[in-house]
Design a protein around this ligand. Structure first.
Ligand SMILES: [Zn+2]
Length: 201
């Protein structure tokens, strides 16, 4: 099997260009005391996480950028988890690296404590909450393979594969910034795929 594609953030944050990106990043943050929440002031995705663009086509979550910038690590397959349970918060002191399982445990706990009813995504026998769906997309964006993403979620890897390729829930996935992939086509091959014009030229 081809290795899953990861979009590492750290290389983008290095050097002079990286400094400029980070200046742009922190300008969108309501920075407060070290123990307080620092809320993201720009747009949020459907799950409530801040959205940040690196370059013109790479969408990442703001809290992950904050943790990468602060810890200077970017562990593939790990999630940036909140200790404050507030997705819009990007205070690095409220963030830590964790596994898919810890992340979905967090989501479940939060779902219960909020006592909130969550809209479900229906697909046959499978039902995902919106948070869990966001987790699937985060897994795809983080470069996990279908089986890794399906682990700990009420979804099978075949469905993850369909979401990856834009065959299921394409609209919801697009709303979270997901661009459908055929298998694990790399970013470069997707971008350089010839358009009809260049083919006919
Ligand atoms: Zn916080």
């Amino acid at each position: 099997m081809t290795a899953p594609v990861t979009i590492p953030i750290l290389p983008f944050l290095e050097g002079r260009k990286g400094q400029l990106i980070l200046m742009r990043f922190w300008s969108k943050v309501d920075m407060r005391g070290p123990d307080e929440c620092w809320d993201w002031q720009a747009s949020l995705n459907k799950a409530g996480y801040g959205r940040f663009k690196i370059g013109s086509f790479i969408n990442v979550t703001a809290h992950r950028v904050a943790l990468v910038a602060h810890s200077l690590t970017d562990p593939p397959g790990k999630f940036a988890l909140h200790s404050c349970d507030r997705p819009e918060c990007v205070n690095p002191h409220h963030l830590r690296w964790g596994t898919v399982q810890e992340n979905s445990d967090d989501m479940r706990r939060r779902g219960r404590s909020n006592n909130g009813e969550q809209e479900g995504f229906q697909n046959g026998a499978c039902k995902l909450t919106e948070d869990q769906f966001a987790l699937v997309i985060a897994g795809l964006q983080g470069g996990l393979n279908n089986k890794q993403i399906a682990e700990g979620l009420p979804v099978d890897h075949a469905l993850v594969s369909r979401i990856r390729r834009g065959r299921s829930w394409a609209k919801q996935a697009a709303a979270l910034g997901w661009v459908p992939q055929e298998k694990y086509a790399s970013l470069t091959t997707r971008i350089s795929r010839p358009t009809p014009e260049t083919r006919n030229a």
